[in-house]
Design a protein around this ligand. Sequence first.
Ligand SMILES: Cc1ncc(COP(=O)(O)O)c(C=O)c1O
Length: 270
Amino acid sequence: MDLRLPSPLERLDEPGLTIYLKRDDLIHPDFPGNKWRKLKYNLVAAREAGKRTLLTFGGAYSNHLRATAAAGHHFGFETIGIVRGAEHTPLNPVLARARELGMTLAYLDRAAYRRKAEERLRETYGDFFLIPEGGANRYALRGCAELVEEIDRDFDLLCFSSGTGATLAGAATALRPHQRALGFSALKGDFLAGEVRRLQAGYGHETGNWSIDDRFHFGGFAKRPRPLLEFVDDFHRRHGIALDPVYEGKMMYALLNGAVEPGTSLVAVL
Ligand SMILES: Cc1ncc(COP(=O)(O)O)c(C=O)c1O
């Protein structure tokens, strides 16, 4: 398996702003964005614990489920994906690929999914290494910290599109004293800062060098209002980069629409 690491750093010129894009979206087709970084030390921990099966959770369009399936396929683990909601056939492309990569898919209705009773799962599936939804745990933070070390030029601000906040939480632990991290929340609500603090506490490394901007969620997770889609299309035409509207599009929209001071030396992570 060829992973493109370190991921490329590309310069993007926009009026009044130069942004360096950390192209984690190019790491591997089965591990887009932060997926490889989040899984890497989970795989090490699973192996060290002698586990042969990975079990994780996600919605029906979860790239994390697909990436966990790919990790199992490439590194010799059985994988079980617990999907939120009912089964729909034919499977959508994300779940179809997960199954193709050998993942056993099981479905839980929303109430049961919220409880995610681990005991029950162990009764059903036996011994497994549990990776939380979105891969967000202390092993993920360790992997995400490594993206900072790959950036071979100085900058002041490192920007993320945030869902669980794990990528930001991990990367913030590796910044130098003059540097800060800024996460644009892809979800509506103000819970993300609490999540970042909780994740950093679990990792044993709390920092005060980050903040969350929750003004650019565009109505909530996976909402696709027209201005966002037009921005993504326009960005594609001008720069040849297809941003996903769920995460990357919102962050780039924010950066090109006044979220940071002009002239800030920044790196944005795709
Ligand atoms: C492209 C992309 N950006 C950002 C995120 C959100 O990252 P995090 O959950 O670590 O905040 C995800 C999902 O994990 C993603 O796929």
